[in-house]
Design a protein around this ligand. Structure first.
Ligand code: ATP
Length: 285
């Protein structure tokens, strides 16, 4: 059954670097303990303990720190259906009434799956990016026509409805937890809150290693690169910014093999492609 398979996949000692996520081991462990563990046990044990599966998780913190990566990885580890990802501002920008309908539609597949298959239904993951756009504190929006409040109410009632279904997990993401309607964050709703902050030095080193792994394996990474030094030099960088830096270094390596005086394919000496090695020298200060 799907449940038994999930059990095999969920080992608490995952290698996070293999999952492509750097520097977030503790955060992932928290999510595991609070939001996954109960899904490993048979439904009757959980019922005897009077426990409900966590229905919702809030990941909050600065942009580009890996919130989306984690949310998708959770889906993979729990063997959910392909996650439905919605962008808060997009839902909000629909015409009156359509936003509520969009939210209703998000939950529909999961509800039907549960109706048909009960406890054997698949897990359905619903990811709200920039959830603050649709879930601002009710009454807080100036000149409000009440439209926003209706959307918040619709979302809350959908999440509350999950009570009777075991197959839905909602993950909300935001850079502005302070703007969110308190009601959304209560137990039974998005009750597990995990801060995803900027990576520390060890995390930055891991992120560098993750994003250079392929070039390293194919011998296209300068073996002299000192990732400890690079991690030291990139204080306050987010994971996305480190990935950007690596991409810039790759462009640099490619560009140095182009004869800019020629246009088109003539600009590249095919035999030179073997020499393309990525260094990070240009970023050393
Ligand atoms: P936002 O709040 O802007 O939506 P986010 O926190 O969801 O940002 P992601 O979309 O997960 O950020 O990160 C963007 C990209 O940056 C990722 O696809 C990944 O390539 C890289 N990245 C960010 N954080 C990490 C990390 N901790 N480990 C490895 N790669 C990372």
């Amino acid at each position: 059954s799907a449940k038994a398979m999930r059990k095999n996949v969920l080992k608490p000692n995952w290698n996070f670097k293999d999952l492509g996520i750097g520097g977030l081991d503790d955060e992932f462990a928290t999510i595991f303990r609070r939001a996954f563990a109960s899904r490993l046990f048979p439904a009757d044990v959980i019922e005897q303990l009077g426990l409900h599966h966590v229905k919702g998780i809030l990941l909050y913190g600065p942009p580009g720190t890996g919130k989306t990566l984690i949310a998708r990885q959770i889906g993979k580890l729990l063997e959910s259906r392909e996650p439905k990802v919605v962008n808060g501002p997009e839902v909000l920008n629909k015409y009156v009434g359509a936003s509520e309908e969009a939210i209703r539609a998000l939950f529909k597949d999961a509800e039907e799956d549960y109706k048909a298959n009960g406890e054997n239904a698949d897990l359905h993951l619903i990811i709200f990016d920039e959830i603050d756009a649709i879930c601002k504190a009710r009454g807080s929006v100036r000149d409000s026509t009440g439209v926003q409040d209706t959307i918040v109410n619709q979302l809350l009632s959908k999440i509350d409805g999950v009570n009777s279904l075991n197959n839905i997990l909602v993950i909300g993401m935001t850079n502005r937890k302070d703007l969110l309607d308190e009601a959304l964050l209560r137990p039974g709703r998005l009750e597990v809150h995990v801060e995803i902050s900027l990576p520390n030095k060890k995390g930055r080193k891991q992120i560098f290693e993750i994003h250079t792994r392929k070039m390293k394996e194919s011998g296209r990474l300068d073996p002299e690169i000192d990732f400890d030094e690079l991690a030291e030099l990139t204080k306050n960088f987010s994971g996305a910014e480190i990935e950007g830096l690596v991409r810039a270094a790759v462009s640099h390596a490619l560009y140095s093999h182009i004869d800019a005086s020629k246009m088109g394919s003539g600009a590249i000496d095919a035999s030179a492609a073997d020499d393309i090695i990525v260094t990070m020298n240009e970023f050393r200060m």
